[in-house]
Design a protein. Structure first.
Length: 314
């Protein structure tokens, strides 16, 4: 598959602060590409630059061969945007909102009408087309927000955390819509700080943190980056008191990435095989604990982020 989006050495500063830091990645035509990172990682800033709402300070972005910083109007024409903040006109009905946004892309008359109806149908809001947004639940507003971004049938759809704050039913609806759009050939960039979602719907994922690319690949490729990484659960007969001293004693061992203590279960994430585990067990025994069980867990996608960045996603 060929590249549809190319982000190259992109940097964006807000004053002294660097929100996007020499970021490069490519999105292939027809894939759902996930941008995963904690709040403040620079996801929205990156999307704003891709969608021409902001300019980068360095680097370049090409969408469908169009240089988005130089040919803003052409670039806008091939994209649809579902922004992080719900952007709807409160005094317009659902269908009027969709028609307004689709008209910005040049649709008029019957074409505009049909496109708006199809988009509302697509997000499951046909029966609510005459309602105003304020009468709708958060999940319905999100879906309407999506309808506004897709009515003109963009080749690239850019979605910024579209499921934040929605009920389970709307969330499922949104994820299914994304699957259908993909089947219809739309290329999609999807940002989220939820691992599970990105895991469910994305073909490839870029993990970003502090504006930098940490890793990019399919889920399997990302997991294979951290095969040395393991989580161990140590169960003791006695409850373990979480103390600075214990954390320090364990934490100085090589490869220890994370320690969490909950009553009689201590979880340690280790990056260097089992050497340190043996030492931890002997520390526990010296402290008088009786170890009743030790369980090792091979890395799953949840631990990938922790292993690669040294901290949890949220
Ligand atoms: N207009 C702005 N002025 C100054 N700092 C900003 C502005 N917009 C975003 N930031 C900062 O840039 C960083 C990245 O923000 P953002 O791109 O919104 O991250 P994300 O979408 O991953 O949560 C954050 O630390 C944020 O506070
Ligand atoms: Mg954001």
């Amino acid at each position: 598959m060929k590249e549809f989006v190319m982000v190259k050495n992109l940097t964006k500063n807000y004053g002294e602060f660097t929100a996007v830091d020499d970021l490069s990645f490519e999105v292939k035509e027809g894939e759902v590409f996930g941008l995963l990172g904690p709040n403040g990682a620079g996801k929205s800033t990156t999307l704003s630059i891709i969608t021409t709402l902001l300019s980068g300070d360095k680097g370049s972005v090409f969408v469908a061969g169009i240089d988005v910083m130089k040919q803003k109007m052409e670039a806008k024409g091939v994209m649809g945007i579902v922004p992080q903040e719900i952007a709807l006109y409160p005094h317009l009905t659902a269908i009027e909102n969709v028609k307004f946004f689709a008209s910005l892309y040049g649709l008029r008359g019957k074409k505009l009408n049909d496109a708006a109806k199809q988009a509302l149908d697509f997000v499951g809001l046909s029966e609510h087309q005459k309602e105003k947004p304020k009468k709708m639940s958060g999940g319905m507003q999100r879906r309407l927000n999506i309808a506004c971004g897709i009515a003109h049938r963009p080749k690239l759809l850019v979605m910024d955390e579209p499921t934040v704050g929605v009920d389970a039913q709307s969330r499922e609806h949104i994820l299914n819509s994304i699957r259908t759009l993909k089947e219809q050939g739309t290329t999609i960039i999807y940002t989220s700080h939820y691992l599970q979602e990105v895991d469910e719907i994305c073909d490839r994922i870029a993990i970003i943190d502090h504006g930098k690319l940490v890793a990019v690949g399919t889920k399997e490729e990302l997991v294979s980056l951290v095969t040395d990484y393991k989580s161990f659960y140590i169960t003791t007969m006695e409850k373990v008191q979480d103390s600075e001293e214990l954390r320090k004693t364990i934490g100085y061992l090589p490869g220890i990435k994370n320690i969490s203590i909950k009553e009689d279960t201590t979880r340690v994430d280790i990056n260097n095989g089992e050497d340190s585990l043996a030492k931890i067990l002997s520390i526990f025994m010296k402290k008088g604990f009786t170890i009743t069980n030790v369980n090792g867990e091979v890395p799953n996608f949840d631990t990938v982020f922790l292993a690669l960045t040294g901290h949890e996603l949220r």
